[in-house]
Design a protein around this ligand. Structure first.
Ligand code: MN
Length: 720
């Protein structure tokens, strides 16, 4: 078999001479590999890959895709090796071919129950690597459906059902409506032969009956376009028989004109609206049937103007629908995802495609007749996904190398960049979506082509990126960047943030951080070792400001509350100072000093304060040294009027080790002394200082207790 001259001319026209030569090379390669093989219909095997390539050329697939159309059965059905393909056509072609043969491999390695599912699953996985695999597979399947008549009836039914269950939804998912309708009609023919014949007959008969009206409509629109000086192409075609069949089943047989789709295809968007107005001048529009999918594209980004108008007849008029769209919208409607490749290849001479999604939001149920195909529960969800073409909360976008990247809904080009490579994210300075420059926080849509712009002069990620990125992995990578690369800066930033926030809340950071115990707790909780690491973690966003400050502030509040309570307690207990006698000053108001808190038995002196009576200090109290010495008076305890209990307190300086607090309180309890409070702190040098309040009867008892506490190994000293 040789390639037709006509086809050769076509590919030279579309792809240029050099590329056409490559395609010819692939044809010859496949021709040789398949030599001697025949198809079920008796023709040479090469006619199949050749026709697949033709289908791909007609949908303007790119050169590697067309080449793969020719080579698609080589790896499976001939002695061809991967290396041969690699050497002759390069890596891109090889990868697509390998993807295709994986789908085939699954088919031959079927398991009993889950066979179809595995197939679906694998296909989607393959699709996940390069969407072109799916284009070739769809073209392959379309040609197989077109040549299905030579197969046995059982095979026909099986293949048609598989196509309806798997490949039609796949075409739909990729927005390839032309493929979808062609395959759907062929499936219809084999699965419902009777209904197919009926519908076909209905369409043919009615088409003939109304041919005059249809031609008149077409002519009038053409005239109209000329009148308004608009370059328009008018297409009137019979709707797909499966579509009409489904509609009739739902709504009953409608008027004959409903089987025809009229399309006006123009150059520019403004022409769409001009033509809409012109059509409405000519024919009366039906209320509520005008839809502007240009101003408000469908979720899948389908764009067109739809209107239903009345064709006048003697008894009032027959309604018929007209769709108006630009050439690029039209191509997108027909080829969906594949349209991107068309324009990518010929980007210089064609305008860009406007729609940018290929997933069609069509939820037509195909499951009714195929529930017997899949039985495993586990696979239900997956089946649903491919049948509806929907992934919940996920989007799929494309790299310039045709890879499909899965991202969470709302993801932005930065998420995309990080999904490809950490460095691509770190060096990102901008992005293009479908060839257009966009801000890096633009949300991506499924089907977008995303290109990341980088610069070697990039300063690296910005902290704001943490707020705008949607994918966990991007956020983790940005955090890790700040953690590693910007340690010094992070420490400074973290410290500044903490200081500023502490100040705003009315605290001083350095004061708060004197609480080493709390600092230690925070560090341990977040697996940090030093204060700098805590600052750095706040700086790069590993821990939040409130995770740090909140803890200190609540602890501080607790301490303040305790201290107030303690002061109040002591003041209450030692209020009665009748037990103190002051020589010659009996009438004076007497008060026990808080600094040394003397108890009966202590050697005491009085200090005559100005206007506030006499304050009683222990003779060894440090405060006294700072007071006016001539105001100090001798004083003694009145042994007749002692209270039963006195509150006293002392400070224990000890090693900051676990169990110290416990051994102190145990020692006190062993001596049958009541604790009124106990409060721990850590000094700058790292020692524990534990302030203890006790209720004691005598000084001897207190001194005895203090000596016993001093004997605890971890205790350095006890101070009154
Ligand atoms: Mn094939």
């Amino acid at each position: 078999m040789v390639m037709e001259q006509e086809f050769l001319k076509q590919i030279e026209n579309i792809y240029g001479k050099e590329n056409a030569n490559l395609i010819v090379k692939a044809f010859n390669f496949a021709n040789e590999k398949h030599s001697g093989q025949t198809r079920d219909g008796g023709e040479e095997y090469i006619s199949h890959p050749y026709n697949v390539a033709k289908i791909l050329v007609n949908m303007r697939a790119d050169v590697p895709t067309v080449i793969c159309g020719l080579l698609h059965d080589c790896l499976e059905d001939t002695n061809c090796t991967e290396k041969e393909i690699l050497d002759a056509f390069g890596e891109v072609v090889l990868n697509i071919c390998v993807g295709l043969s994986k789908i085939e491999a699954i088919k031959t390695a079927r398991t009993k129950n889950n066979e179809e599912n595995e197939n679906l699953r694998k296909m989607l996985l393959t699709l996940g690597k390069d969407a072109r695999v799916a284009f070739v597979k769809l073209a392959d399947r379309l040609h197989n459906m077109q040549t299905l008549s030579v197969k046995s009836p059982e095979k026909q039914l099986k293949i048609a059902q598989e196509t309806l269950d798997i490949f039609v939804p796949l075409a739909e998912r990729l927005g390839m409506n032309k493929f979808k309708h062609k395959m759907e009609d062929l499936c219809f023919k084999y699965i419902y032969p009777k209904e197919y014949e009926e519908t076909k007959k209905f369409l043919e008969e009615n088409y003939k009956k109304s041919e005059n009206i249809l031609n008149d409509i077409k002519n009038q629109i053409e005239k109209l376009a000329k009148q308004y000086n608009i370059d328009a192409q008018i297409q009137s075609r019979i709707k797909s028989s499966y579509g009409v069949f489904k509609k009739q089943r739902q709504k009953g047989k409608d008027h004959v004109l409903d089987i025809i789709a009229h399309r006006i295809i123009v150059k520019e968007i403004k022409d769409c609206y001009t033509m809409l107005g012109a059509v409405h001048n000519l024919w009366k529009p039906v209320d509520g049937r005008i839809k502007d999918y240009i101003a408000m594209p469908k979720k899948n980004l389908y764009m067109s103007l739809h209107t239903t108008v009345l064709y006048p007849t003697e008894n009032g008029g027959i309604p018929f629908e007209i769709q108006i769209r630009t050439e690029e919208m039209h191509i997108y409607c027909e080829y969906g995802m594949a349209a991107h490749w068309m324009y990518k290849e010929q980007g210089s001479k064609a305008t860009k495609v406007q729609g940018n999604s290929a997933i069609y939001n069509m939820k037509k149920s195909l499951s009714k007749n195929s529930s017997n195909v899949l039985k495993s529960d586990e696979s239900e969800e997956f089946l649903q996904i491919i049948k509806t073409g929907f992934y919940v909360n996920k989007i799929f976008v494309f790299t310039p190398n045709f890879n499909v990247i899965e991202l969470p809904e709302g993801a932005i080009p930065l998420d995309f960049a990080y999904a490809i490579h950490t460095n691509l994210g770190n060096k990102c300075v901008g992005a293009k979506i479908n060839g257009k420059m966009v801000p890096i926080n633009t949300p991506l849509q499924t089907g977008d082509f995303v290109e990341v712009l980088t610069s070697s002069n990039s300063n690296g990620p910005s902290r704001d990126w943490l707020k705008i990125c949607k994918s966990r992995s991007a956020i983790a990578k940005i955090k890790s960047y700040f953690k590693k690369e910007k340690k010094e800066e992070n420490i400074k930033i973290g410290k500044d943030i903490l200081e500023e926030q502490a100040k705003r809340k009315g605290y001083s950071l350095s004061k708060l951080f004197e609480d080493k115990e709390t600092l230690g707790e925070i560090a341990a909780k977040h697996h940090l070792l030093t204060l700098d690491e805590i600052y750095a973690a706040v700086g790069y966003g590993g821990i939040t400001v409130s995770q740090v400050l909140g803890k200190f502030i609540s602890k501080q509040a607790q301490r303040e509350k305790k201290e107030k309570k303690l002061i109040a307690q002591q003041e209450n207990a030692n209020k009665s100072s009748d037990s103190i006698i002051i020589d010659g000053h009996d009438d004076l108001l007497k008060k026990v000093a808080k600094c040394c808190n003397p108890i009966p038995g202590d050697d005491i002196v009085g200090y005559v304060s100005r206007g506030r009576g006499v304050t009683i200090h222990r003779r060894d109290c440090a405060t006294l040294k700072c007071l006016e010495q001539d105001r100090i008076v001798e004083t003694t305890w009145n042994k007749q009027s002692l209270s039963e209990f006195y509150n006293a307190n002392f400070k224990v300086v000890a090693k900051n080790a676990s169990g110290v607090l416990n051994s102190i309180s145990t020692k006190i309890a062993d001596n049958k002394v009541d604790i009124t409070f106990i409060n721990g702190d850590v000094t700058k040098s790292g020692d524990a200082v534990i302030t203890v309040g006790v209720r004691i009867k005598t000084r001897e008892q207190l001194m005895d207790l203090i000596n016993k506490i001093k004997s605890i190994p971890a205790v350095y000293d006890v101070l009154r």
